[in-house]
Design a protein around this ligand. Structure first.
Ligand SMILES: [Zn+2]
Ligand SMILES: [Zn+2]
Length: 359
């Protein structure tokens, strides 16, 4: 009903009274506060434990997460952990993309008219957090206060009772809902799969723009404990930037990231798989296949060697075990293996580029 109410009331109010900068400011504030509380709080902090946060930040996430009207942290995280564990399983994944766009987008919510059936066995760790427990107990009160009482108060102060409420609550709830729902629907249908094709999750830059960086969903399903979803610096991931910059002032800590080697290996495995499938389709059984396989093994070896020496290098540096000469030799090996890894990567890329010509 909220989309219908918003579609009628927002234009009606705009034509009758208009919205001024004060109302748009609160719209923007609520939009960002609720959006980031879902992605940074509900999702990456609580569902995945990708980092730890100071109580003040957790309290902010708990209040504005409730304000997003997407259920309590416990219920949301319990559903979401089921989604990851049983992804695409039409019985056990609460919003399985296998049941179609509509179901995974919001059909699953409309069908669940009974209270959450789970006994929260998969979120026992979260129940120990007093802020999570408090939010679950007073969910309705917090949601109503943040969505109705607070915007009405802000409107009253400004001399226009309903203005803030109509855009900062009504319009914002609708937009925030559907941007979040897109992750369960569109991000499992539309986009590329560079890290895993074991499930339907996709990477999609356009979706990242409206979901504070959650559009890199293929990466996320492959490496769910990483606090980042967009791993490159040019990837649009404001949630990652928020978590990272909060760590500089001590609000977040123990940020988890997946080692680069593991990421490269996953990507390489997929590319190899795709190349073989392509040769199969073209019915090529010649030496190109053998060369491809060889290049794949070489690249993998170079990658592993470099990662190993990198580890040794950091261990030596940390423990100061190695003497100056040893460290010098280690450094040489490090540079050498890193170069070889890059060389193999270049060869591998040339090889996959050739693939287009032979098939
Ligand atoms: Zn997730
Ligand atoms: Zn998903």
């Amino acid at each position: 009903m909220t989309p219908i109410a918003a579609a009628i009331l927002v234009p009606l109010y705009a034509l009758s009274y208009g919205f001024d900068w004060y109302e748009w400011f609160w719209f923007a504030f609520f939009m960002v506060a609720t959006g980031i509380s879902i992605t940074g709080g509900y999702h990456r902090l609580w569902s995945h434990r990708a980092y730890e946060a100071h109580w003040s930040l957790r309290l902010f996430f708990a209040i504005f997460g409730a304000c997003a009207v997407q259920n309590s942290i416990l219920t949301w995280s319990s559903d979401h952990r089921d989604h990851h564990r049983h992804v695409d399983d039409n019985e056990k994944d609460p919003y399985s993309a296998g049941r179609g766009f509509w179901f995974s987008h919001m059909g699953w919510i409309l069908r669940r008219w009974k209270p959450h059936p789970d006994n929260f066995t998969n979120v026992k760790d979260l129940q120990r957090d007093p802020i999570v427990a408090w939010q679950h107990r007073h969910y309705l009160a917090i949601t109503l206060t943040a969505n109705i009482a607070l915007p009405l108060l802000l409107g009253f102060i400004h001399g226009k009772l309903w203005g803030v409420f109509i855009i900062a609550t009504l319009l914002r709830v609708v937009l925030n809902h559907h941007f979040t729902f897109f992750i369960n629907s569109l991000a499992h249908i539309w986009g590329r799969r560079p890290y895993s094709n074991a499930n339907s999750a996709r990477d999609n830059d356009l979706l990242a723009l409206v979901t504070y960086g959650e559009g890199y969903h293929n990466y996320h399903h492959r490496f769910q404990y990483d606090y980042r979803n967009g791993i490159r610096w040019w990837h649009f991931d404001p949630t990652k930037w928020m978590i990272r910059s909060a760590s500089w002032v001590g609000l977040t800590h123990k940020l988890k990231i997946v080692p680069q080697l593991q990421i490269e290996r996953a990507r390489l495995a997929i590319q190899f798989q795709q190349a073989l499938a392509r040769l199969d389709r073209a019915e090529r059984r010649d030496d190109f296949r053998a060369r491809l396989e060889e290049q794949y093994q070489d690249y993998l070896r170079a990658l592993n060697d470099w990662a190993k020496v990198k580890q040794e290098w950091y261990a030596a540096k940390r423990k100061e075990l190695a003497g100056k000469l040893d460290r010098f030799e280690l450094r040489l090996r490090y540079v050498d293996l890193k170069y070889r890894w890059k060389l193999q990567r270049k060869r591998w890329r040339l090889m996959t580029a050739q693939l287009a010509q032979v098939t």
